[in-house]
Ligand binder design. Structure first.
Ligand SMILES: [Fe+2]
Ligand SMILES: [Fe+2]
Ligand SMILES: [Fe+2]
Length: 427
C-alpha cells in the first residue's frame, strides 16, 4: 500500500511550495517571489552563467523572502526602496535555511540580499555569494519599481525603471549586473513575461524540471518545520501552534496503533496543516473578539489554501489531504470539502482532534487558554455533535495529561533563541 512506502520528494517542488506559501502574505500580489526568480534567472542567462547557476538563481529568487510572515513586513518591503528594517527578514531567512543541508547554499545570499554593493564587495564571503546576493537585490528592486505597471503600461514605464536602477549602479548594485540588466531589458519580451499569466506559467514550467536532490522523510520533516515556523510566526497567538499540533497528532497516532512511518507522516501533515493561514490578513488572525460573517468566510478558506500549496508536490498527496481536511467534521458540517464520513481518513481525524485540543489550550486574542477539564468538556461536546471522531477524542481523554503537556506552548523567547529552539523541536 502506497501509504507505507518511503517518502521521496523532489526539492524543486518543495521550493515552489515554500514560495507559494510565503507569497500568500502578499495578499493581492502573490507573484513577487516568482518574478524575482524569473528576473534573476534571465539575468544569469544574459551573464552566460552555467545551467546550474541559472537554476540556482531561480530557486534563490523563489526563496529570498522566506523570512517574511506578516502583511505589515511585506508591504514595507515592497513600498520602500530602502527600508531601514529590511535586514530583519534577511536574518530570519538566513537562520531558517543555514542548517538545513539541501537549502543551506541559499542562506548567505539571502542574508545579504538587501546589502548595497559598496558594502557587500568588502565583506569576507565568497565571490559567488556576493554575486548571487546582489543579483537578488537587483531583481527584487526591479520588481518593486515595475510592479504597478505589469498588466498595463509596462512597456512605457520601463524606461523610468531602467533609469532609476542605472542611477544605483556601483552604489546599491554591482555594475556588471546592471549592465546585464540593460542588455536583457532591451527586449519587450523580458517585461511582458512578468505579467501574472506568463510568470506563473514560467514557474510552472520550471517546476517540471526535476532537481537532482531528493528529500528523505527526515528531510521533508525538517523542511516542514521550517514552513511551520514561517506560519506560526505570523501572529503571537499562533506561535508554536503547528509544531504542537504535529507533536500531539504524532502521539495520538502512535497510541491509536499506527505504524511508525505513518505517525511521522501525520506529524508532517500536522506541521503543514495551517500553511494556508499565511493568506489570512493579520487583523483577522489577531482580532480580539468574535469574527463577523465576512471575516469568518475569509478565515474558513485557509485549509483550502493549505491544500493548494501542497497538492502539486508529487509524493505528498496523502499528506496534503490529511492536512487540508483538518476542519472537516464527521457529520459533513466542517469545511471546505465536506467529504462523506467514510472518506474522512483516520489520519485527518487525528489531526482534527490534535488541532482543536491545542487551540483550546493556547491563548487566543478573544480568550485565554483553557485548563484540562474545560478542554475535555469541549472535545466531548464536539464529538457528541459529530464534529470530531469520538474514538480519537476518547483516546485523547484516556491520555489526557500527556496530551495536555504536549499541547503546551513553551515560554516565549525572542530572536535567534526561539528560532533555534523551534528548529530543534523533536516531536
Ligand atoms: Fe523581496
Ligand atoms: Fe486550521
Ligand atoms: Fe490549526
Amino acid at each position: 500500500m502506497s501509504s507505507y512506502s518511503t517518502l521521496t520528494i523532489d526539492l524543486r517542488q518543495m521550493i515552489l511550495a515554500i514560495e507559494t506559501a510565503v507569497s500568500q502574505v502578499g495578499m493581492n500580489d502573490t507573484n513577487h517571489g516568482k518574478r524575482v526568480g524569473y528576473i534573476a534567472s534571465q539575468l544569469s542567462h544574459q551573464l552566460g552563467y552555467s545551467e546550474q547557476s541559472i537554476q540556482f538563481a531561480f530557486d534563490l529568487g523563489m526563496l529570498h523572502d522566506c523570512g517574511v510572515s506578516t502583511e505589515q513586513m511585506h508591504s514595507s518591503l515592497v513600498n520602500h526602496f530602502d527600508w531601514s528594517d529590511a535586514h530583519i527578514h534577511c536574518e530570519i531567512g538566513y537562520r531558517l535555511l543555514k542548517d538545513f543541508e539541501p537549502l543551506a547554499p541559499f542562506a548567505i545570499p539571502i542574508l545579504y540580499h538587501h546589502t548595497p554593493w559598496r558594502e557587500l564587495k568588502e565583506l569576507d564571503i565568497s565571490n559567488l555569494d556576493k554575486r548571487m546576493a546582489n543579483l537578488i537585490f537587483l531583481s527584487d528592486r526591479i520588481d518593486v519599481l515595475a510592479a504597478a505597471h505589469y498588466e498595463t503600461d509596462i512597456l512605457l514605464a520601463k524606461e523610468e525603471v531602467v533609469k532609476s536602477i542605472v542611477g544605483y549602479s556601483g552604489g546599491y548594485f554591482d555594475p556588471v549586473l546592471v549592465d546585464a540588466f540593460q542588455e536583457a531589458e532591451r527586449s519587450e519580451a523580458f517585461w511582458i513575461a512578468l505579467e501574472s499569466r506568463h510568470v506563473t506559467r514560467y514557474v510552472w514550467d520550471m517546476g517540471q524540471f526535476e532537481s537532482s536532490e531528493r528529500l528523505s522523510i527526515a528531510q521533508v520533516k525538517k523542511l516542514s518545520l521550517i514552513m511551520a515556523y514561517i506560519v506560526d510566526q505570523k501572529s503571537p497567538f499562533t506561535a508554536q501552534h503547528s509544531a504542537r499540533v504535529a507533536a500531539l497528532a504524532k502521539y495520538l497516532a502512535g497510541t491509536y496503533g499506527l505504524l511508525n512511518e505513518q505517525c511521522e507522516k501525520i506529524e508532517i501533515a500536522g506541521l503543514l496543516h495551517d500553511l494556508g493561514k499565511l493568506h489570512i490578513p493579520d487583523n483577522i488572525l489577531e482580532k480580539p473578539g468574535p469574527l463577523n460573517d465576512l471575516e469568518r468566510s475569509i478565515m474558513n478558506q485557509h485549509s483550502y489554501e493549505t491544500f493548494e500549496i501542497l497538492r502539486h508536490i508529487k509524493g505528498l498527496n496523502e499528506i496534503a489531504s490529511w492536512a487540508a481536511f483538518h476542519h472537516e467534521g464527521l457529520n459533513g458540517a466542517g469545511y471546505p470539502f465536506h467529504p462523506r464520513e467514510r472518506d474522512l481518513s483516520v489520519e485527518a481525524r487525528i489531526i482534527a482532534v490534535a488541532d482543536v485540543f491545542q487551540a483550546l489550550v493556547q491563548d487566543r486574542p478573544y480568550r485565554s487558554g483553557m485548563p484540562l477539564d474545560k478542554v475535555l468538556e469541549n472535545l466531548n461536546a464536539f464529538a457528541d455533535q459529530g464534529k470530531l471522531d469520538p474514538e480519537i477524542v476518547a483516546l485523547a481523554r484516556q491520555h489526557a495529561d500527556v496530551c495536555f503537556n504536549i499541547a503546551q506552548v513553551e515560554a516565549r523567547q525572542d530572536g535567534e533563541n526561539s528560532l533555534q529552539l523551534f528548529l530543534q523541536y523533536d516531536g
